[in-house]
Design a protein around this ligand. Structure first.
Ligand code: SAM
Length: 291
């Protein structure tokens, strides 16, 4: 591999020491140092010369290099201002990249996609900062940014939660939210040795392909998500108690009990046993009782 590629650990170390860069734990900085993994992420993301790619947290530009070589255009959003001069150097030979020094949670991604990709669906590719995985992913979905797919490295446990269904201990509000918007598929597991410094947890790359049409029809999406959150906030409780105890839901107890009956479930059912379709139906039953 040519000298310039940062996925080669020697090249990463050279950049780190040239700039005296100090890793910031608070920013979840674990840089990839495995060329096969970097190449596989870009391949699994299906990036082509037609694509505009948003990369979240480019670090020193390790994956950005490959993204620039495979995509039409790349926007890389990095919060750490100390990395900006480094990125300017490591990506200097690419003309199709814009480096944005911002907190991704504050970026108007819809406006960025509008400006850079004429509002057409974009691909998101990242080795995410793990401390904000959920707000990043939910933010991308809930803000209705035009997105084709999101291919990201996350903590292994979080990838499992996104992909699993009812009956598993990992099943929860995140599984349902992700599966409402997209089809998740874990494409590989990645051990700590592939990063510098090594994270204390296992990692996995998950691809979320946005549904063209939502898999369930629901009259009030916000109500369904309130019900989902309330059900999983108190995992040990029955669905009825979870909903009764939730400060987010102000419904008379008998309305909740009757709605669960109408769904065809027993009084002792727990939220973790319900599918996305059942949550949508429960939400519609409650909606019809309120309106
Ligand atoms: N992409 C690089 C790689 O794979 O080597 C770095 C990945 S590292 C796990 C996460 C990156 O996200 C870091 O560069 C970190 O500074 C950046 N980051 C952390 N919080 C961020 C935020 N709120 N907005 C944008 N970037 C952030």
């Amino acid at each position: 591999m040519s000298k310039k590629y940062l996925s080669n650990p020697t090249n990463t170390l050279a950049v780190i020491s040239k700039y005296g860069f100090v890793f910031q734990k608070k920013y979840g900085q674990n840089f990839l140092i495995d060329e096969n993994i970097v190449a596989k992420i870009v391949r699994e993301a299906g990036v082509t010369k037609d694509d505009f790619v948003l990369e979240i947290g480019p670090g020193i530009g390790t994956m950005t290099q490959l993204l620039c070589e495979n995509a039409k255009e790349v926007a890389a959003v990095e919060i750490d201002k100390k990395l900006i001069p480094i990125l300017e150097e490591t990506l200097s030979e690419y003309e199709n990249v814009t480096i944005i020094n911002e907190d991704i949670l504050k970026v108007d991604i819809a406006a960025l996609a509008g400006e850079k990709n004429e509002g057409r669906p974009i691909k998101v590719v990242a080795n995410l900062p793990y401390y904000i995985t959920t707000p990043i992913i939910m933010g991308l979905f809930e803000s209705h940014v035009p997105i084709e797919s999101i291919t990201v490295m996350v903590q292994k446990e979080v990838a499992d939660r996104m992909q699993t269904g009812p009956g598993s201990k990992d099943y929860g509000a995140l599984s349902l939210a992700v599966q409402y918007y997209a089809k998740p598929e874990i494409v590989m597991n990645v051990p700590p040795e592939c990063f510098m410094p090594r994270p204390g947890v296992g990692s996995a790359v998950i691809r979320l392909v946005k549904h063209a049409v939502n898999p369930v029809a629901v009259k009030d999406e916000a109500l369904m998500f309130k019900l989902i959150r309330a059900s999983f906030n108190q995992r040990r409780k029955t669905l009825a108690n979870g909903l009764n105890n939730s400060p987010e839901i102000n419904l008379p107890k008998d309305v909740i009990t009757r709605a669960i009956e109408e769904l065809g479930k027993g009084a002792s059912v727990r939220g973790e046993a319900l599918t996305l379709d059942e949550f949508a139906r429960l939400s519609d039953i409650i909606y019809s009782k309120l309106n």
